[in-house]
Design a protein around this ligand. Structure first.
Ligand code: SAM
Length: 641
């Protein structure tokens, strides 16, 4: 008996023995267990083989045995994380959701870069109805801080939970303000446990607030804090819960680009506090800190001319956190400006392109910070199958694909594709230099090596032959969308694949209602007007329209609202037009993406299996299912050979 682990050849031999009936796989594993009696690896291997053969209970038993062994070995968190991951995956197959979640949480707690566990946890958390246990709440607080997560849907689910489960008090749900004997206001935290408070802080700090109820309540809190700063009520302000709320509100305001509304009374208070700061009226550093932070929940203090000039002059006397934050942000801004200059294009495009360019230069879209990364690179076939789950497709294998992302915006889509597709080289173009700068910075942050960005219009593409072109939310912002599609198709190899996302006229009724209102009243897309139009939608639009619009994520940020309601150029399509465009460009429809299994089942009940590829059937189907596609059609096509 030795304490060593089996060698790779020994494991390979057992894995391969599955295909050779002369070799008894179970016997070989037993031998291995005997030979390496203190190693966890033979048990893990047996567990994996059990899992592969559908014996999930046996698999879990073996993974647990492996775990016991591993605890006695020189403990390695990464290996233990993998064992918990394996247990979670098997429990998930058995549909034992709570057990799966518990194991995956343990796995991620041990190694928060375990992408398999992170991605499976996210999938289960989003799809299933899960009890928000104390353990889960605690875990979610940590999860929200990670970089490799799909923050918006996770945060949306947490926000719904918070909004539904809090008791709404005068200001903040769960938090009451009461007067004590001395007349000072104090805070009593009523939460069953503080994880709910932490969850609230994490959704404010880590992503966009996309819940109307939370926005309303946190706005009230922002206003209260502001009044307290004016009253110089340091007893109230230095409460640790209030400090957390203040810091997270400051972060949230930056994320939503200051789109929350405020009253004229607040406007006056902001002026007074700002004046106090600029005139050095705050002798107390603590109060100065609260004042600066409170202002930063209403405006971007680090680009405001008066405030930055004051910050520069008073660098030595600034509260430490503000000084550090300012230094960091200045550096980030410089980097952003340098890249924006680098990506600046001298090309003189047509008037519409220039208008569109200006819009996206002023408001790069989408604003984002985090993203789930794939745990495994996929070949093109699997990449496609992953997206077109319900549509059979038999594309030939494409090795080392050349991919074009046409209109990459701030790079999210390009990074996703470059991260997933095996051995891919990605070129990503856009006409907005600031969006490209954003994209480049994020690409570096995510350590992605296989993307090159360029300032180039789709119309300037020179008949290259790409294996794959992806263009989402772009050609409908071009003056001649048909021409744009023709250029994209011409730049595709024969047999090449094109993924498109284009506006669905039927799904944009409510947005069009607001667009017409904006056009009729000649409302310019300034930040102030965007705050105003949001209030108008919340208070003065028909209930049916308001209800739909406040569900859109874009409603909750300035750049989102600008893209949603103020776009300078927009064409919208129906399925019949899509069919014509596809046929005209020698393309074959391969299927819609983003549809759920229920959607497809409903469709199949009415039409045959082969009708999945028949756009006339989809057109007919949409007539009775108006909300089916949402505001955008997303689909794949292939160029005929
Ligand atoms: C709504 S954003 C979509 C960004 C990205 N595709 C996404 O889905 O996240 C539209 C993008 O198309 C870009 N765009 C508009 N006209 C273009 C053109 N003629 N050539 C290249 N990009 C263009 C804009 O600059 C903007 O970044």
């Amino acid at each position: 008996m030795t304490n060593n682990h089996p060698k790779k050849e020994e494991l390979d031999k057992i894995i391969k023995s599955e295909k050779n009936p002369d070799l008894n796989q179970s016997h070989l594993i037993e031998e291995l267990k005997k030979k390496y009696s203190n190693s966890h690896i033979p048990y893990n291997l047996e567990g994996l083989i059990n899992h592969k053969n559908g014996h999930f209970n046996d698999a879990i038993q073996n993974f647990n045995r492996a775990k016991e062994k591993l605890v006695n070995e020189d403990n390695n968190n990464k290996d233990l994380s993998i064992l918990y991951q394996n247990i979670g995956v098997s429990y998930n197959k058995l549909s034992q959701t709570e057990n799966a979640i518990t194991s995956l949480i343990q796995s991620i707690d041990l190694n928060n870069n375990n992408l398999i566990s992170l991605n499976l946890f996210t999938q289960i958390f989003l799809e299933k109805n899960i009890n928000f246990s104390k353990n889960l709440k605690k875990f979610l607080c940590n999860l929200m801080k990670l970089q490799y997560i799909e923050v918006d849907p996770i945060s949306a689910k947490i926000q719904n939970f918070l909004a539904e489960n809090f008791v709404l008090n005068e200001f903040l749900p769960g938090l009451t303000i009461s007067k004590n004997n001395g007349g000072l206001k104090t805070i009593e935290v009523n939460f069953e446990d503080n994880f709910e408070f932490e969850l609230l802080i994490s959704v404010l700090t880590e992503g966009l607030i996309i819940n109307h109820f939370l926005e309303e309540n946190m706005s009230k809190y922002r206003s209260l804090i502001m009044r307290k700063v004016l009253e110089e009520d340091t007893a109230f302000l230095s409460n640790k819960y209030i400090i957390s709320i203040l810091l997270s509100l400051s972060r949230q305001s930056k994320i939503n680009e200051f789109c929350w509304n405020y009253s004229s009374e607040e406007k006056e208070i902001i002026k007074k506090i700002e004046n106090n700061i600029l005139k050095n009226n705050y002798n107390n550093t603590e109060l100065l800190f609260f004042a600066i932070k409170a202002i930063s929940t209403y405006k971007n203090i680090y680009i405001d001319k008066k405030i930055t000039s004051w910050l520069n002059k008073n660098k030595k006397n600034l509260p430490k956190i503000i000084n550090e934050e300012y230094t960091y942000i200045k550096k980030e801004n410089e980097k952003f400006l340098a890249y924006s200059k680098l990506f600046l294009s001298k090309n003189n495009n047509d008037q519409v392109t220039n208008k569109v360019r200006r819009q996206y230069e002023e408001n790069p879209y989408p604003v984002w910070t985090k993203m789930q990364l794939h745990s495994k690179k996929l070949d093109v076939k699997s990449y496609l199958n992953n997206q077109l789950n319900w549509f059979d497709n038999n594309v030939d294998e494409i090795k080392k694909p050349n991919i074009l992302i046409a209109g990459c915006g701030t790079g999210r889509h390009a990074i996703q594709t470059a991260n997933i597709v095996k051995e891919s080289s990605v070129k990503a173009i856009d006409i907005s230099s600031t969006s490209l700068a954003y994209a480049q910075i994020m690409t570096e942050r995510f350590g992605i090596q296989n993307i090159k960005f360029k300032n180039q219009s789709i119309l300037e593409l020179k008949n290259n032959s790409y294996d794959i072109i992806e263009s989402h939310g772009v050609i409908h912002h071009m003056e001649d969308s048909e021409k744009a599609l023709e250029v994209l198709a011409n730049n595709l190899k024969k047999g090449g694949l094109l993924s498109l996302g284009i506006y669905n006229k039927m799904g944009r009724k409510e947005i069009n209602f607001i667009r017409s209102f904006i056009k009729k009243n000649e409302i310019e897309p300034s930040d102030k007007n965007i705050v105003w139009i949001r209030e108008h939608i919340k208070n003065s639009t028909p209930e049916k329209i308001r209800k739909r619009l406040i569900l859109s994520k874009d409603f909750y940020s300035v750049s989102g609202c600008r893209d949603l309601f103020f776009n300078v150029q927009e064409t919208q399509f129906n399925i019949r037009q899509i069919k014509q465009l596809i046929e005209k460009n020698n393309l074959r429809f391969m299927g819609f993406t983003g549809l759920s299994k229920t959607h497809i089942t409903n469709f199949k009940k009415l039409y045959s299996d082969t009708s999945l590829f028949d756009l006339d059937c989809w057109d007919d189907f949409q007539k009775n299912n108006k909300d089916f596609f949402g505001s955008m059609y997303q689909f794949w096509t292939q160029k005929f050979n």
